[in-house]
Ligand binder design. Structure first.
Ligand code: HEC
Ligand code: HEC
Length: 565
């Protein structure tokens, strides 16, 4: 039953704004035909309000495509603000149907992948900095990149903001708002001067409902056959590379749901973890899973792209409540043939004798002799120390004159391109990310951590740092510490913001006022994160640093989601 409240009245007004916009000449209602919906759950759950003359065309819904997260978010708003009542099974069915039939094509979903993979990256929307300024004050641009809509729908989502969140006008939508942008062109009409209208124009042009990419993908769409064995390679920042195998089994009665079992080994210390989980694949390529580490207490999310050849899957696994802690993962299908997924350590130094290198993969031959392992010019395999189907460990000698650069690695006929690097010296280390951010928390809201890594680099053949030929020698394990960042004299941020452990993980202090701090201030501030590392054979340590801002919590989260549960 739909209760009529002020909010629902406002909502209906938002839906009824269409003719007003149309009359103002902003919207051509005939521009695109909507996408037909032939799912009874969707029609029953949503059709009551989203009515048109045609029972299979639902107003608003038929004119918009997005990711599973995008649909889930809208449905949450339908429940929280528009008083829609849905049970969990219905909600799942609606998200599934809409993601598959009003979804994104793989090419369309790449640019906004950071949004669904919950990566905290620095992102700049180069295509139109004004739209970015207008639309990313409250949420990330990623939310917008993952939407395709008719012009009318772009105008209506802006209207939704103005109706529900009137401060949006001040924060950026109107010409006299806070957004700084290019001055309007002389021929712009007063209507066109408002940043929101310019944003609508831009978005309608670059993110339209109908695209050739979607027409082609939706015609070709089918459930992906992912059952079988996959070689996993990952990088867990702060913890280094990990390798292993994942078994994927189709869930009973479904061709898009799977159960998964992965055993992974951390290359640095040999520690092994087992993830058991389940997943669902939307739109033929969007893997949304969750897993639990056996013996652990955290839930991991898995957000990955399935390539159209069903031979590789890649993306990010991250900890449920803490997006910032995660691993980049690539899965490669394993048949009978050997597969190499990576090498540890990533780099070997010239003029060394006896360095141990482990080659990770799957189906590696049990009878392995040095002649089967080819690491390229200047690297001699002295001995096979051990071999299992998942890892071969060899001892190598690297000649004095071996040329610096990446080598393809072969084990029998299996290859990993540019998997091992020969270097003569470490030229520098760099801390990643270069600008980090954490948020105090733990009392009222959760903390937001920040994880740093230190990566060793060789300047490459040109001898110049930060050019295209630089060689990444892999993450190293430096000594970590914090130093004062002198922005405000005597603010003593170092004492209050939090602490950094020896894996580069920064744990912010608690939120709220701190009576021990001058002025009863809270624990925010900014500091340098410093890595000090002495490479093997070097006389002097190398140092690198990154800037860390420790700021206030996000008190309101609009974008929590539970895909894959
Ligand atoms: C009780 C009436 C009602 C029902 C039922 C309802 N909606 Fe809505 N819907 C609204 C109203 C009101 C708006 C306009 C305000 C807004 O966007 O929140 C809207 C807007 C939308 C929009 C446009 C949002 C945007 O991003 O521009 C989408 C998409 C949508 N609804 C999807 C759904 C889906 C899917 C269902 C079924 C699960 C559904 N709605 C069920 C009332 C309803
Ligand atoms: C004043 C803050 C603010 C600004 C500025 C803002 N948004 Fe939003 N936006 C929100 C909030 C809050 C939500 C979440 C609404 C909800 O789902 O409850 C949202 C949600 C959305 C959604 C998802 C809607 C849905 O139904 O899934 C889209 C798309 C969107 N915004 C686009 C834009 C665009 C385009 C702009 C620039 C023209 C913009 N936003 C600027 C606050 C803002």
């Amino acid at each position: 039953m739909v209760a009529v409240t002020m909010r629902t009245l406002l909502g209906f007004l938002l839906m009824a704004w269409v003719p007003v916009y149309a009359a103002a000449g902003q919207v051509d209602r005939t521009e695109t035909t909507g996408i037909r919906i032939d799912n009874s759950t969707v029609i029953e759950a949503c059709g009551v309000c989203h009515v048109t003359d045609d029972p299979q065309i639902l107003s608003r819904i038929s004119y918009r495509r997005t990711t599973p997260e995008g649909w889930q978010q809208t449905i949450k708003r339908m429940v929280s603000l528009n008083d829609v009542v849905l049970d969990l099974d219905e909600a799942r069915e609606v998200v599934r149907y809409l993601s598959n039939h009003l979804g994104l094509a793989p090419e369309e979903a790449r640019d906004g992948a950071f949004e669904v993979q919950r990566e905290l990256i620095e992102y700049e929307y180069e295509a139109d900095r004004d739209t970015e300024a207008t639309c990313s004050a409250c949420h990330s641009m990623g939310r917008i990149l993952n939407q395709r809509r008719t012009r009318e729908e772009w105008a209506l989502v802006v209207a939704m903001h103005r109706g529900y969140y009137p401060f949006a006008d001040r924060q950026g939508f109107l010409e006299d708002g806070m957004v700084v942008r290019e001055p309007p062109a002389p021929n712009e009409t007063p209507e066109r001067r408002h940043p929101m209208n310019r944003a609508i124009d831009h978005l309608a042009e670059v993110f339209p409902l109908q695209t050739s990419a979607w027409a082609a993908w939706s015609a070709n769409l089918r459930p992906p056959k992912l059952e079988g064995t996959w070689a996993v390679s990952g990088n867990h920042s702060g913890n280094g590379p990990l390798f292993g195998r994942m078994t994927v089994v189709a869930a009973q009665g479904s061709d898009v749901e799977f159960t998964t079992d992965a055993t992974l080994v951390y290359a640095r210390d040999g520690r092994s973890v087992t993830h058991t989980g389940r997943s669902i694949v939307y739109t033929g390529f969007q893997w949304r899973g969750s897993s639990e580490v056996v013996g652990g207490d955290t839930e991991w999310r898995q957000v990955m792209f399935v390539e159209r050849d069903w031979r590789s899957i890649s993306g990010r696994w991250f900890r449920g409540a803490f997006d910032e802690i995660g691993l980049a993962v690539t899965l490669t299908r394993v048949n009978e043939a050997p597969v190499i997924s990576g090498v540890h350590p990533r780099a070997v130094r010239t003029s060394t004798n006896g360095q141990v290198v482990s080659i990770y993969g799957d189906n590696l031959p049990a009878e392995l002799v040095p002649a089967d392992v080819d690491l390229g010019a200047g690297i001699q395999v002295l001995e096979v120390v051990s071999v299992t189907p998942g890892a071969a460990t060899v001892r190598v000698a690297v000649s004095d004159g071996a040329s610096v650069g990446a080598r393809d690695v072969f084990v029998g006929r299996a290859i990993a391109e540019r998997a091992l690097v020969v270097y003569d010296q470490v030229d520098r280390v760099a801390v990643e990310p270069l600008r980090g951010m954490a948020r105090v928390g733990g009392v009222i809201v959760p903390k937001q951590y920040e994880q740093f890594d230190a990566v060793a680099w060789h300047d490459g053949p040109d001898g110049k740092p930060r050019t295209d030929d630089d060689l990444n020698l892999g993450a190293v394990e430096p000594t970590w510490n914090l130093e004062e960042y002198s922005a405000t004299y005597g603010d003593e941020d170092l004492r209050f913001v939090g602490s950094l452990d020896q894996t580069g993980l920064f744990t912010p202090a608690v939120d709220g006022p701190n009576p021990e701090r001058v002025g009863n201030r809270n624990n925010i501030g900014d500091v340098w994160v410093v890595a000090t590392f002495t490479p093997e054979g070097a006389a002097m340590p190398l140092r690198a640093r990154a800037h860390l801002v420790v700021t206030v919590p996000v008190y309101m989260r609009w974008d929590s989601w539970e895909m894959g549960r």
